[in-house]
Design a protein around this ligand. Structure first.
Ligand code: NAD
Length: 494
């Protein structure tokens, strides 16, 4: 695996793992305290790198660098910024394989089914926002010939971005591209479990961007994320992660009254109507559940509502399709589904499965037995039937390959059950009858519904959650402009 340039050149004592620097003000370096944290490959249980274990003083340096860079970046013509973003997209596409291998190694997500696609999407997202940069336009108002009144959309200043580990490169890219397109500068805090792909991406971006426009920090949530969210010079917070931490971020934003976007957890329903008892739908449900990312996705359709007329026959098809997935080393080309990201997350997933079985749930497929020999954190795709509506496995976000199946026979009842959740991020409807499907989609209390599709988000669509799944919509151009700019009105007497 190549981890170059960002390395300090030093191997941690007694290991082959490189020490990888962080980016502040265009310069790669260690943390002020000179401490390092290991990054593990969860499939092989080996340390693949050490990253700076940064603290508040590193955050302060990064915010100062971003504030300095903002003075010139914020006033560049938007198309000039756009051209640089497009160049970053091209560069990332050129280095797709290198970045994807790092992502696969650190997250446990399979290279072929996940990591390559994630990096390709990142390149696409940079180009998309690069091309959209000129849309940062204002309006004029018809107040008569003696007044000229117009608006401009101004950047906010230094944005603090915080990302999780499950799709680190694409989630970071969305924050980088939207913040920079609109003329802000960014301090991005990577996830401690998966910083390497993002640091590599930043290495290529930094070759193109002026110093300080993009700063990338490593370290824990407490030591880096917390001071970043509370820094007085951070003008906007954009957070993707768990609902619990999201509440802290919201409190930090409230304290200083700064705008905040929260992309949080989910427990998304997938409703299958009786006319969709087929293999294509089973494959779609598997895609929507993100089984090939070990279910570690905020939008995973992890509550499957199956009409009772097709309950057994559909489950048979689902189990057969899941049985075809090859679980193994994420860097192996044959692998469809890799490893859970960490020992802690593995234990959590196992606890949910054990808990459901102890409560009387029935394993349709999967379970706690490791599907791959060795020490890697592998969990088989697991489907649980017979779980109660109030069980933890039915209500809480497992963030693992665990799907709960619930029978239904009345349309109103299933929609009520689907909406009976603290979350409201995504939903899936499977029906050949388009009126039924749209009627159902209209009634789901979520930010994003897919009908007869289990794929991922597309650049330009609106994306964000209802209820405890988040605040704000950021992915669309309108959402990016709303989230990352202030509107100023200027009114002139002529
Ligand atoms: P997490 O909330 O534990 O951590 C997310 C990030 O926040 C990490 O970088 C972490 O270091 C940092 N952090 C932790 N405590 C902090 C604090 N007190 N102050 C500031 N930052 C802090 O989440 P995770 O386990 O890394 O990721 C999984 C979660 O992310 C799941 O709940 C998942 O649903 C959610 N997620 C949501 C979306 C979405 O678009 N809605 C996308 C991906 C993941």
């Amino acid at each position: 695996m190549t981890i170059t340039n960002t390395e300090t050149g030093t191997k941690a004592a007694g290991t082959d793992a490189p020490q990888v620097s962080q980016l502040i003000g265009g310069v790669w370096g260690p943390s002020d305290n000179g401490q390092w944290r290991p990054v593990e490959n969860p499939a092989r249980r080996t340390t693949i790198a050490y990253i700076p274990d940064s603290q508040e003083s590193d955050v302060n340096r990064a915010v100062e660098a971003a504030a300095e860079a903002f003075k010139s970046w914020g006033v560049l013509p938007s198309r000039e910024r756009g051209k640089l973003l497009i160049a970053i997209g091209d560069k990332i596409a050129e280095h797709q394989e290198e970045i994807a291998r790092l992502v696969a190694a650190e997250t446990g997500n399979a290279l072929r089914t996940q990591a390559r696609g994630e990096v390709a999407s990142a390149a696409d997202v940079f180009r998309f926002y690069g091309e959209a940069a000129f849309q940062q336009k204002g309006e004029t108002f018809p107040f008569g010939e003696n007044l000229l009144s117009y608006t401009v959309r101004e950047p906010l200043g230094v944005v603090g971005g915080i990302v999780p580990w499950n799709a680190p490169v694409i989630l970071s890219t969305m924050k980088i591209a939207m913040a920079l397109m609109t003329g802000n500068t960014l301090v991005l805090k990577t996830a401690e479990l998966a910083p390497l792909g993002v640091l590599k991406l930043a290495e290529y971006a930094n070759e193109i961007l002026p110093a300080g426009v993009l700063n990338v920090l490593t370290g824990t949530g407490q030591a880096v994320g917390n001071p970043l969210s509370r820094h007085p010079k951070v003008a906007k917070l954009t957070f993707t992660g768990s609902t619990g931490v999201g509440k802290d971020i919201l409190a930090a934003a409230a304290d200083r009254i700064v705008p905040v976007t929260l992309e949080l957890g989910g427990k998304s329903p997938a409703i299958v109507f009786p006319d969709s008892d087929d293999t294509a739908t089973a494959q779609g449900v598997i895609a929507g559940m993100r089984f090939t990312r070990q279910g570690q996705s905020c939008t995973a359709g992890s509550r499957l509502y199956l009409h009772k007329d097709i309950f057994d026959s559909f489950l048979e098809k689902l189990a057969a399709e899941l049985g075809k997935l090859k679980i193994g080393d994420p860097l192996d080309e044959e692998t469809d589904m890799g490893a859970i990201v960490s020992g802690k997350q593995y234990d959590t997933v196992i606890r949910y499965i054990e808990g459901a079985v102890q409560q009387g749930g029935h394993l349709v497929t999967g379970g706690i037995e490791r599907p791959v020999e060795g020490e890697g954190y592998y969990v088989a795709p697991t489907v649980i039937a017979g779980a109660g509506d109030d069980w933890a496995v039915t209500r809480e976000e497992v963030f693992g390959p665990v799907l709960v199946v619930i029978p239904w026979d009345d349309e109103n009842d299933v929609i009520e059950a689907a909406n009976d959740s603290d979350y409201g991020l995504a939903g899936y409807v499977w029906s050949k009858d388009i009126s039924t499907a749209i009627r159902t989609a209209n009634r789901l209390e979520v930010g994003w519904v897919q009908i007869n599709r289990g794929g991922g988000q597309l650049p330009g669509m609106s994306y964000g959650g209802n209820k405890q799944s988040g605040l704000g919509r950021e992915y669309s151009i309108e959402g990016a402009l709303e989230s990352f700019t202030n509107v100023k009105n200027i009114t002139i007497a002529i």
